[in-house]
Design a protein around this ligand. Structure first.
Ligand SMILES: *[C@@H]1O[C@H](CO)[C@@H](O)[C@H](O)[C@H]1NC(C)=O
Ligand SMILES: *[C@@H]1O[C@H](CO)[C@@H](O)[C@H](O)[C@H]1NC(C)=O
Ligand SMILES: *[C@@H]1O[C@H](CO)[C@@H](O)[C@H](O)[C@H]1NC(C)=O
Ligand SMILES: *[C@@H]1O[C@H](CO)[C@@H](O)[C@H](O)[C@H]1NC(C)=O
Ligand SMILES: *[C@@H]1O[C@H](CO)[C@@H](O)[C@H](O)[C@H]1NC(C)=O
Ligand SMILES: *[C@@H]1O[C@H](CO)[C@@H](O)[C@H](O)[C@H]1NC(C)=O
Length: 422
């Protein structure tokens, strides 16, 4: 579905579902300060920005401390010798606190000792989408002003990392612009064109696996794909399995096995979603606007292992050959389809599997003949099967099943896949 239509529907939904106006306040016993929560805005009255900066630290990860960056910052839990993560949410159809904020704050504090500041602009972000958009510049100025005060207090620009979600991503970009590109890092989610040093196109960047495909799923249909970015990020922080991307020209090229390593331009280190310095890439300066591609599983923790699967026909055929490949482990089965073009010997594709290759017990191949009304396809195909785990490098190369395989039509043929875990 077209994004604009989704957005319009989102606004329609906002009118139908009014928020409850529960407001909570309590005191954190460890830090002794009063806990401040996000505001709740009735969307009909959402006409003021009323920005709040809420500080979370590892000593009180679930108690927001309302801060202002004047002299008051000296008397709060803000630690200026630590890095600072500033989270900016997006459009809030219902004028409520984003449900993912707590998870993201906790995930960040789980991995690193930092100041986390959540920007609450619920008031300015509700109502109709276009009016929330109109508030973006003013919000960016407010945040920028806040950061300038931090800088005046001796906080270094490079220690500041902005994490913007959806409309908050645009705000993050503006704030970065207002600071002349001197902030440490910006992580944003949300547009098609590459704008960062590294742009991750997850599952191609559009429809996400596990998200509903039909409007009957209601609100989740509208936002599931879009909000996947946040859940992916939280997952990348909470789980050790790497969510890494591979530089490539397009998602289709990536799926077709044309981009198998991170040699160019990342000097053979693949960028990873999460908080690793320079995305874990082993180079002194990141190049600009590199598009990287990756697949995920439909549910958390989302990370998959990518392997190249190849089938080499013993002799070329005068029609397209389709072979389904499945990797089975004790608990998973993941499938991909190899298509060998007419008059070619080799077909290849990427297969995303949820457990490492060394835990895959068997590979199943199934030849799907292309029968036509006027001519039946051959009853079997003969060839060789090879696999290679990504990223390829000098020590991780293709390995092939040692036999010539005969695949009868529409029949599952399974082989052990012996790969020792390192
Ligand atoms: C910090 O705030 C507490 C409680 O409001 C107050 O008792 C204390 O004097 C303040 N300290 C400084 C250095 O301002
Ligand atoms: C601030 O963080 C530094 C580095 O972790 C730590 O050594 C210091 O004790 C912290 N200061 C306060 C007041 O907690
Ligand atoms: C936010 O946008 C709305 C709609 O344009 C506007 O009425 C409101 O004044 C804006 N708020 C601020 C603080 O600029
Ligand atoms: C990182 O780069 C340096 C210099 O290019 C190289 O010596 C080192 O082996 C690389 N490390 C990894 C893990 O790729
Ligand atoms: C898979 O199951 C077999 C038999 O129960 C067991 O020996 C093996 O350790 C299991 N492998 C993994 C990776 O759990
Ligand atoms: C090859 O890649 C694997 C996985 O990224 C890595 O563990 C290994 O060190 C690499 N080997 C070489 C020689 O770069």
């Amino acid at each position: 579905m077209d994004e604009d239509l989704k957005r319009k529907l989102l606004v329609v939904l906002a009118v139908l579902l009014l928020p409850s106006s529960a407001q909570t306040g309590n005191t954190d016993r460890l830090s002794g300060h009063h806990c401040t929560d996000f505001q709740t805005a009735n969307f009909l009255r959402g006409s003021k920005l009323k920005v709040q900066f809420l500080l979370f630290t590892s000593s009180s990860p679930s108690c927001g401390e309302l801060i202002s960056a004047d002299d008051g910052i000296k008397n709060c839990s803000f630690n200026s010798s630590l890095e600072t993560k500033i989270i900016i949410h997006g459009f809030r159809a219902l004028g409520t606190k984003p449900s993912w904020i707590e998870g993201l704050v906790r995930a960040i504090l789980h991995t690193s000792q930092v100041n986390v500041i959540a920007v609450d602009w619920v008031y300015g972000s509700t109502g109709a989408y276009p009016s929330a958009v109109e508030n973006v510049t003013q919000l960016a100025l407010a945040i920028s002003h806040f950061i300038s005060k931090l800088l005046a207090l001796g906080v270094s620009g490079t220690s500041i990392h902005i994490i913007g979600v959806s409309l908050g991503a645009h705000v993050g970009g503006l704030v970065g612009h207002f600071h002349g590109g001197h902030l440490g890092r910006i992580t944003d989610f949300g547009i098609r064109i590459p704008v960062g040093h590294i742009d991750y196109f997850v599952n191609g960047g559009k429809d996400q696996p596990g998200c509903p495909r039909f409007i009957s799923a209601g609100y989740n249909f509208l936002i599931c794909d879009h909000m996947r970015a946040v859940h992916l990020y939280i997952s990348a922080l909470n789980h050790p399995c790497p969510i890494m991307g591979f530089p490539c020209a397009s998602h289709q090229d990536f799926l077709n096995g044309h981009c198998l390593d991170c040699a160019e331009p990342f000097l053979s280190s693949c960028p990873r979603i999460g908080l690793l310095e320079q995305a874990g890439v082993n180079m002194s300066r990141l190049p600009q606007e590199v598009k990287v591609f990756l697949m995920t599983s439909p549910s958390a923790p989302f990370c998959v292992h990518h392997s190249l699967v190849e089938f080499h026909l013993q002799k070329k055929r005068n029609r397209v050959t389709s072979i389904e490949i499945s990797f089975s482990s004790n608990s998973t089965k993941d499938t991909a389809k190899i298509t060998i073009p007419k008059d070619q010997e080799t077909g290849k594709h990427l297969l995303a599997h949820r457990v490492p290759l060394c835990q895959i017990n068997s590979v199943t191949l199934r030849y799907i003949p292309k029968n036509r009304f006027w001519s039946k396809d051959e009853p079997s195909v003969v060839g060789k099967f090879c696999v290679a785990p990504l990223p390829l490098n000098s020590s991780r190369t293709r390995s092939c099943l040692p036999w010539i395989l005969t695949l009868p039509s529409k029949t599952d043929i399974s082989y052990d896949l012996p790969t020792a875990c390192a």
